[in-house]
Design a protein around this ligand. Structure first.
Ligand code: ADP
Ligand code: MG
Length: 352
């Protein structure tokens, strides 16, 4: 599901690589802690999975995509399979709880009907159904993080990336957030969580990958935060074998799914347009302006999420599809990625 092959990441202008020679594999359904001191490379690792950064050396595969070769126009669709949660919540301050969650669906063109069903469901799941109309500043830190988690999982991403999600919370509140993440994982979402909080990791007894200065020094199933220092602790061979087997099956499944996925993306692009038209009709202009002003937070809030495939409506034209996609562009939700500038301007119809 996620695989790093000999990945090194060196940021421009720095002496030492942030990550060096990373090999790791996360199977579907796993809950994995990425632990290590501040500066050990945890966030870099998560940003690489999202393709917010690219490795200096090595290859990264996520959900059957080789991130080294994935095309720019596919990246936004790819990211819809990844939910993301941050230490500082990153909610849109002028939107209610409901709107914060709904917004992430609206900008990817989900229908009003879908939004009206999915948002209350996910708010109930995180225990905030009675606070749908509150603004973020009217909530406690733990509640704000629940909103952020609701937003991250509302469209049922396959992977949830959490970067120090309990970093701003007291221990009791953190425990509640961990229960929630555990529940999300139990429902089938793969969770990769960066943290430096030993207590949490010890309690959860899940797989722990420990980084020291950008290198993996431990990869242990059911581990605690531990005191292993720098001695690598390898997994037993049998587990490795099983894991490899799982990985092979996943690869095969991914290959088989690739064609389906391609078709699904085409269908989704078509459907997105119709839904965007609906959204545009219902959202007051002022709100759309506000959306445009919600800059970085909005981009991270929504650009990385969701991706359930729905059947297409039948009545869209390619022009309408492009109209929707340019709306997303204006909201800053398209990948601002490397590669050729202008790629995003090209026809974004059916994706090959
Ligand atoms: P962690 O999340 O474990 O604290 P990071 O991945 O944020 O670690 O950082 C790992 C190393 O990379 C640190 O030395 C940090 O200073 C450096 N680093 C992270 N992001 C950048 C960046 N954008 N530019 C330059 N150096 C960076
Ligand atoms: Mg970090």
């Amino acid at each position: 599901m996620i695989r790093f092959e000999n990945v090194t990441k060196k940021y421009a202008g720095t002496k030492r690589p942030a990550l060096e020679g990373i090999d790791l594999e996360v199977a579907r359904g796993e809950f994995v802690f990425l632990v290590g001191a501040s500066g050990s490379g945890k966030s870099s690792c998560l940003r690489l999975v999202l393709k917010e950064e690219r490795p200096s050396v090595g290859s990264i595969f996520v959900l059957g995509n080789d991130l080294g070769t994935i095309s720019n126009r596919k990246i936004p669709y790819f990211r819809r399979n990844l939910g993301v949660v941050f230490q500082d919540f990153r909610l849109l301050p002028n939107k209610t709880v409901y709107q914060n969650v709904a917004f992430s669906l609206q900008v990817i063109g989900k229908s009003r009907g879908f939004v009206q069903e999915a948002v209350p469901d996910v708010l109930a799941m995180v225990g905030l159904d009675n606070k749908a109309d509150r603004l973020p500043h009217e909530l406690s830190g733990g509640e704000q993080q629940r909103v952020a988690i609701a937003r991250a999982v509302v469209n049922k991403p396959q992977v949830l990336l959490a970067d120090e999600p309990t970093g701003n919370l007291d221990p009791a509140t953190s425990a509640g957030i961990m229960q929630l993440l555990d529940r999300i994982n139990a429902q089938g979402t793969t969770v990769l969580m960066a943290t430096h909080e030993a207590g949490i990791v010890d309690k959860m007894q899940r797989r722990v990958i420990e980084l020291v200065d950008g290198r993996i020094v431990r990869d242990e199933r059911g581990g605690g935060y531990g005191n292993t220092g720098v001695v690598p602790e390898l997994r037993p061979a049998v587990v490795k074998g099983e894991q490899a087997d799982v990985a092979r099956k996943e690869l095969a499944a991914a290959a088989a799914a690739a064609e389906l996925e391609t078709q699904a993306i085409q269908l989704q692009a078509v459907q997105a347009n119709q839904d965007a038209a609906n959204t545009a009709q219902v959202a007051p202009l002022s709100e759309r302006r506000e959306a445009q002003n919600d800059t970085g937070a909005a981009a991270s809030a929504t650009g990385n999420q969701t991706g359930i495939v729905n059947l297409p409506r039948r009545d869209e034209t390619p022009d309408e599809v492009n109209a929707h996609l340019s709306l997303v562009d204006r909201l800053g939700l398209r990948s601002g990625d490397d590669e050729q500038a202008g790629d995003d301007e090209q026809n974004v119809g059916p994706v090959k």
